[in-house]
Write a protein that binds this ligand. Structure first.
Ligand code: 26V
Length: 809
């Protein structure tokens, strides 16, 4: 399609008239945004159709990425970028006196995820399409995404995220592709003509209706599909009996109960709760997704025994791991395959990624609940487990080992074990994480199945996180090393040749400065706080969790504050500390930490004796669209988790790609970042893996030792509970207790001294302007390897075995 500015202008006016019978002057920003969005979708419709046609015609292998979460954010800007029509649209709209950036701000974030895991899924989709890989997303179309966070009097307050209120221009409802998902009921076995079959009766049927969103590749014709499922009643919304008796609320009870399945994203990614509704959500989208894959597969005329040659299913963490049993069920009960054939196909089809080793987040389901909700699936898991336990028994002749590895034990179904046994590939998300999985957490399984375990270090899409979020930097990079880095992000390495070039350093600095000014304006408008744009922007944005140690960051700030109070002339480079973090609604310690950050912010920002040197800002409602604003203006990236606890982290990569210097523990992908940039271009502190593991094994850590021997810590901790932070004495007593009486699970006190020193080093490095700028450039130059394009190429080659398919138009 040959788009010109004039064509876009005409199409836009026509569309506005068709949709709203309005002209531009009387239209609202929302209507203008919807008009542009609809137009863009229209422009991709041919590519979308052709992509699907070509996949069917050529019978290519396709991958389906199953995930409970897709943290997409906004799509207008990234769709325009991938279609290569951003400038054209901006100019066309500008002629019509419309500002494109203003329209982009109208779009609600699709916040269908909690954090890293959901955002990774979104980055992966972008890379899959951009690399011309036939691959699609499968998930749930939640009516409400992750809650919106308001900060009221320093406390987090959660507001439902009604992201669909203004409609969603990107999705298409496909009623004709609906599937039925069955819950509960009874299963009986029937022997007919010597063949055993299973009859499922008295179940509750739920209609799964798909909504498809196009996933547009960068500068190619590939448009893959993100298919999200919505739950509806199958035939009747009302219980007619109750309705005719005038019992209206009872009459609609069933409707509400069914629709609740896809109503809301669970906002707690810190611990499993064993809630029935969550398991319902899991089976709901997995069953609907696999049914629709099988349906399309058969429509293409392919024989079912070749299923694994044409289909790969990837499960994002254990949340979709019922897929193992659901695929078995369909192959055996509906396609009449033998157990052995079905098992071979299933394990060849499915691959699993683990995203955490925190034991409280490892999924398990009580047997009774599981069996009642999914009787046939439970039977299949029992049989999978029986056969697996036999193999373990045969190999080790040790019943303890059998018990330890059993998928069903201690009254629970263990989803990670099901995912490992039922797949051909198990991967961790960074070198260290995979090593810990193999040698510690899952060593039983990696000894049993050494060939299944592998590493795939996470990545981020440089299109959203550099080209879209930081257009000025992108332009400068292209001007300096040409545009090849856009499709070959590794080529960013060519920037190294310019790392000492003064002109280039100045340009890099100018762009960062400009981004900082823009963000300072945002902060001033929103919070009425004046930020010193010459200060170091020191930023920690991520979910609030004890292991991520936002408290360590606060302790550094308090220490700095107390030092400034003691010595007004203390020579430091001014700093602005930014935090952005949502706490799970029932995670009281995390919420207390938010209040602590806000109390410290209030204390410092209103203290005129220090607030020209330091300020603290808590950014409300951290989200994808806010991340795109804040990351490009960071000088310092805080990646300070307790070593071994952060599986990978991905904001660490986004920051380096935008030219920040990282202060980090050697945890998660910080290890790979350190390997890439070397000691001179990152500031590493804190305990190493073995020290942490030793403390944990020997149980010989004592946080009081640090409290008693370090007067700085003593002062900070005492001041938490004596009202000196301007709040009641009890306000932070849980944090105090956690760190002292409960012995500081994540070693904040142990790493404190080293962290303070590391910040001293940052201060010194920043003073050497040329050196600092060289560090920033070096970080950008080495960030290309963290493009999710690289990660996805590895998944495709080593796990999915999918080929690139160029779509012809
Ligand atoms: C866990 C749970 C548990 C119960 C209910 C809801 C829920 C939702 C999500 C999760 C996932 C927790 C695991 C997770 O998000 N891991 C993060 O994955 C990132 C991508 O691989 C990685 O960069 C982070 O280090 C890791 O913490």
């Amino acid at each position: 399609m040959n788009l010109t500015k004039d064509r876009i202008k005409n199409d836009f006016k026509k569309k506005l008239m068709n949709l709203y019978s309005e002209d531009i002057t009387e239209s609202s920003k929302l209507h203008l945004y919807v008009t542009l969005g609809s137009l863009v979708r229209e422009y991709v419709s041919e590519k979308w159709m052709k992509t699907n046609e070509q996949y069917s015609k050529n019978q290519v292998k396709q991958v389906y990425y199953f995930s409970m979460e897709f943290l997409i954010g906004r799509l207008l800007g990234s769709n325009l970028l991938n279609l290569g029509i951003t400038d054209l649209c901006r100019e066309a709209l500008s002629d019509l006196e419309i500002d494109l950036s203003e329209l982009e701000e109208v779009e609600s974030d699709a916040g269908l995820g909690n954090g890293g895991l959901g955002r990774l899924a979104a980055c992966f989709l972008d890379s899959i399409s951009s690399l011309e890989i036939p691959g699609h997303g499968c998930g749930i179309r939640y009516d409400y995404g992750l809650f919106e966070q308001k900060i009221i009097n320093g406390y987090q307050v959660e507001i439902p995220d009604n992201w669909l209120r203004q409609g969603n221009v990107w999705e298409i409802r496909k009623e004709n592709k609906a599937a039925i998902v069955k819950f509960g009921g009874t299963v009986t076995s029937v022997l007919e003509d010597g063949k055993l079959s299973f009859k499922h009766e008295n179940y509750e049927a739920v209609l799964a209706v798909p909504y498809d969103t196009p996933i547009i590749g960068y500068n190619n014709n590939t448009v893959n599909t993100l298919r999200l499922w919505n739950a509806q009643t199958v035939d009747k919304d009302f219980d007619l009996d109750s309705f005719s008796k005038g019992e209206y609320s009872k009459a609609v009870e069933h409707k509400y109960s069914v629709e609740s399945i896809s109503q809301v994203l669970y906002p707690d990614d810190t611990r499993i709760e064993g809630k029935l509704l969550r398991l319902k959500q899991q089976y709901f989208f997995v069953s609907a997704g696999i049914q629709s894959i099988i349906r399309r597969f058969k429509k293409n005329g392919l024989p079912i025994n070749l299923f694994d040659h044409y289909i790969a299913i990837h499960i994002n963490d254990t949340h979709p791991s019922v897929a193992v049993a659901e695929l078995m069920r369909i192959l055996i009960d509906e396609e009449n395959l033998s157990w052995e054939d079905a098992w071979k196909i299933t394990t060849n089809t499915i691959a699993y990624t683990n995203h955490t080793i925190l034991s409280e987040a490892l999924e398990k389901w009580p047997i009774d609940l599981f069996k009642k909700l999914l009787p046939r699936i439970f039977m299949i898991i029992e049989e999978i487990n029986r056969r697996f336990c036999d193999e373990v028994r045969e190999k080790y002749k040790d019943e303890r080992q059998v018990h330890n590895m059993s998928i069903i034990s201690d009254g629970n179904v263990k989803m990670a074990y099901l995912a490992i046994v039922g797949s051909h590939s198990v991967n961790g998300v960074a070198k260290l994480h995979t090593e810990i999985l193999k040698n510690e957490e899952l060593s039983n399984f990696s000894n049993f199945y050494p060939f299944k375990f592998n590493n795939k270090t996470n990545g981020i899409t440089h299109r959203r996180w550099l080209m879209k979020a930081n257009p000025a930097l992108s332009e400068l990079i292209t001007k300096t090393i040409g545009e090849s880095w856009i499709t070959k992000p590794d080529n960013l390495i060519n920037l190294l040749a310019f790392s000492k070039n003064e002109d280039f350093q100045n340009s890099i600095h100018g762009i960062k400065q400009n981004n900082k000014v823009l963000f300072a304006n945002y902060v001033k408008d929103k919070y009425g706080i004046i930020v010193n744009t010459n200060s170091i922007y020191d930023i920690q944005v991520k979910r609030l969790h004890s292991y991520k140690r936002q408290v360590l960051n606060v302790f550094h700030i308090l220490d700095l504050y107390y030092r400034l109070k003691e010595n007004r002339n203390l020579d430091i480079i001014p700093r602005t500390f930014f935090f952005g973090a949502k706490a799970a609604p029932s995670y009281y310690l995390a919420k207390e930490t938010i209040k602590l950050i806000n109390a410290v912010a209030n204390k410092i920002n209103t203290d005129n004796s220090v607030n020209d040197k330091i300020k603290v800002i808590f950014l409300e409602n951290y989200s994808v669209s806010l991340a795109e604003k804040i990351i490009p203006c960071a000088d310092v990236s805080e990646q300070i988790s307790t070593t071994t606890k952060e599986a990978s982290g991905t904001s660490n990569m986004k920051f380096m790609m935008n030219g920040s210097v990282t202060i980090a523990t050697l945890d998660g992908a910080n290890v790979e970042i350190h390997d890439a940039v070397g000691d001179d271009n990152i500031v590493i502190f804190g305990m190493k893996k073995d020290e942490v593991l030793n403390y944990e094994k020997n149980k010989n850590y004592n946080s009081y030792k640090f409290y008693n021997s370090d007067p700085r810590l003593k002062k900070i901790l005492d001041n938490l509970i004596n009202g000196s932070l301007g709040v009641a004495n009890s306000e932070f007593s849980n944090i105090h207790k956690y760190l002292l009486a409960n012995n500081d699970e994540y070693f904040v006190l142990k790493d404190f001294d080293d962290y303070i020193k590391a910040h001293g080093k940052i201060d010194q490095l920043y003073r050497n302007t040329a050196k600092w700028r060289e560090m920033c450039i070096c970080n950008i130059a080495h960030s290309g390897i963290f493009s999710s394009d690289n990660t996805i190429q590895q998944y495709s080659k080593e796990i999915w075995k999918t080929d690139r398919i160029h779509v012809d138009i």
